[in-house]
Write a protein that binds this ligand. Structure first.
Ligand SMILES: [Ca+2]
Length: 332
């Protein structure tokens, strides 16, 4: 009897364990299915077909012509032109936080197809596509245009294929005639960032030129277009203070003072921070800037020790006109 009872107890125990184990497996499967549907995919678009990698280093409109198709190894005379597809995405780094949404596979780009209506890729035919390039431009919460350099890559890649179904094409919309919004100015910008020094040889941020109290740092941006009268010139900058003293980084533009970025000092301990980085926005009215064809910035530093520039961005409003070969145009 005793043995039999033990047997029953053990059997029940095993069932419970098995049931709990099954619940655990089911739970894991549900979690896997959820995570798979959010961040994973069953197979990549790259799993079949012939693919060609195209590198893009800056924002712009790019052309895929007859020679590109031929040199990529596709036969322009025999391919189904509707099935030409381009995958990939530019526009900055993947989010650092793993909670942020991001594509789980390559995205297909809409193409502007010229001369391909006859399903023949002739010598004068071509395809256009737009790329943000490897870096990111965006409007922040304060309405300012911000440029963010990609810390990991100077090239973003697109992948070209001739698939088994029609690729995406750009939509066209009807002209608004005379009811379209009038856009007569645009926001332009210039940007400077050097990757010269990585503090403690660790971390993803690199810093630029050294600035000390005896030697101001000078940065020039040539070929600035005409500015809208009375508009605001906005300077966004990040600096690094490595002095144990509080420091002012004083900024001037074409000899007009535009303000300072203040940074506290670092501690003296072995394990204290080795730099204090401060990011700030300064502004100056266009009327106060002299000789506007070139922006000459001077950054002076008033503490004992070292400071460094991380980046310097200046944005301005310019009348719309043919004085800049490439520009972003928008209105609010
Ligand atoms: Ca940097």
């Amino acid at each position: 009897m005793f043995k039999r009872k033990v047997f029953h107890e053990m059997t029940r125990l095993r069932l419970v364990v098995t049931l709990r184990h099954s619940i655990g497996v089911i739970g894991l499967l549900i979690i896997y299915c959820l995570s798979s549907s959010i961040y994973g995919q069953n197979s990549s678009v790259l799993s079949s077909g012939q693919w060609v990698k195209l590198g893009v280093t800056s924002k712009g409109i790019y052309k895929i012509d007859f020679e590109t198709i031929r040199d990529a190894g596709f036969d322009p005379a025999s391919i189904v032109t509707d099935n030409i597809q381009l995958y990939g995405y530019g526009g900055g780094m993947l989010p650092q936080s793993n909670q942020m949404a991001r594509p789980s596979d390559l995205l297909e780009n809409a193409l502007y197809r010229v001369g391909l209506e006859d399903d023949s890729f002739d010598a004068s035919d071509y395809i256009l596509f737009f790329s943000e390039g490897p870096n990111l431009e965006y409007i922040n919460n304060e309405g300012l245009l911000v440029y963010q350099k990609n810390l990991y890559a100077d090239t973003t890649y697109y992948l070209l294929t001739v698939g088994t179904q029609a690729g995406k094409s750009m939509d066209t919309i009807a002209s608004k005639g005379n009811s379209h919004p009038v856009v007569d100015s645009y926001i332009g910008y210039a940007y400077h960032e050097e990757d010269l020094k990585n503090i403690l040889s660790s971390g993803r941020e690199w810093y630029g030129e050294l600035v000390v109290s005896s030697s101001p740092l000078r940065i020039s941006f040539p070929n600035i277009p005409p500015l809208v009268s009375g508009s605001t010139v906005t300077i966004i900058s990040s600096v690094l203070n490595q002095s144990q003293d509080r420091a002012d980084f004083n900024f001037s533009l074409n000899d007009s003072n535009i303000g300072a970025i203040e940074a506290s000092g670092v501690g003296s301990g072995t394990y204290d921070d080795k730099g204090v980085e401060v990011f700030d926005t300064l502004t100056i009215n266009q009327n106060e800037v002299n000789q506007q064809e070139t922006f000459n910035f001077e950054i002076s530093y008033n503490a004992a020790g070292n400071g460094r520039l991380n980046y310097l961005q200046v944005s301005y409003e310019s009348p719309l006109g043919q004085h800049d070969p490439r520009k972003s145009v928008g209105s609010t």
